[in-house]
Ligand binder design. Structure first.
Ligand code: E4P
Length: 215
């Protein structure tokens, strides 16, 4: 199990990286827009901060244009993975990019069948959106579990990134069902790390130590 950080904020990436728990980063156009920075400079900086896959999304809609954009994005860093939405144009692009050894993360996955098709087209990763499925009244984690089962059954090499993670239980469930990766917002990572009993325990140990340290 690996954890990626789901953000385009360099401070968050630096902090999480120092913890030693993240091995990649995922961004999307909304996360990039939130930073209000020059796109190319921001991506360059992020690729230098983490020595692992950095997903950057292509915004073109037609296969030839997606391929052209993906080549430009991939040239921005050895660790860049091109995120491509799961459309027919997107899958055509994934097929071509796979032959060029350009890594892809097929995104906006909302069903196991979409993930199956993405794997057959040659996706390096797929990103099922758990939180958005939950929001729509479905069980997002069931979709992730189905994808994990199908890929294992046929020895498919595409890795499953549980995405749109909203709270610590999502991470726990993703780990339980065998998702290869969960991409987690910084706030959720903090929630997963902290526990009130850990804070109380440290307080008590320090208070007791104060009583005896000068004896
Ligand atoms: C990551 O790949 C996705 O872009 C991200 O997890 C979406 O999360 P959201 O549904 O909270 O926007």
């Amino acid at each position: 199990m690996r954890i990626f950080l789901d953000t385009a904020n360099v401070e968050e990436i630096r902090e999480a990286s120092e913890l030693g728990v993240i091995s990649g980063v995922t961004t999307n156009p909304s996360l990039i827009a939130k930073e209000g920075r020059n796109f190319q400079q921001l991506v360059k900086e992020i690729t230098g901060l983490v020595d692992g896959p950095i997903s950057v999304e292509a915004v073109a809609q037609e296969a030839g244009q997606i391929i052209a954009e993906a080549r430009i994005l991939a040239a921005m860093g050895d660790n860049v993975v091109v995120k491509i939405p799961v459309t027919s144009q997107g899958l055509k692009a994934v097929k071509v990019l796979a032959r060029e050894n350009i890594k892809t993360n097929v995104t906006l996955i909302f069903s196991a069948n979409q993930a199956l098709l993405a794997a057959l087209a040659g996706a390096t990763y797929v990103s099922p959106f758990v939180g958005r499925l939950d929001d729509a009244g479905h069980n997002g984690m069931e979709v992730v579990a189905d994808i994990v089962t199908i890929y294992a059954q046929y020895g498919m090499e595409t890795e499953v990134i549980a995405a749109s993670i909203r709270h610590p239980l999502h991470l726990l469930e993703a780990a339980r069902i065998g998702a290869d990766i969960a991409t987690v917002p910084y706030g959720v990572l903090q929630q997963c790390l902290r526990h009130p009993l850990t804070d109380v325990g440290i307080e008590r140990f320090l208070a007791d130590w104060e009583k005896v340290k000068d004896r």
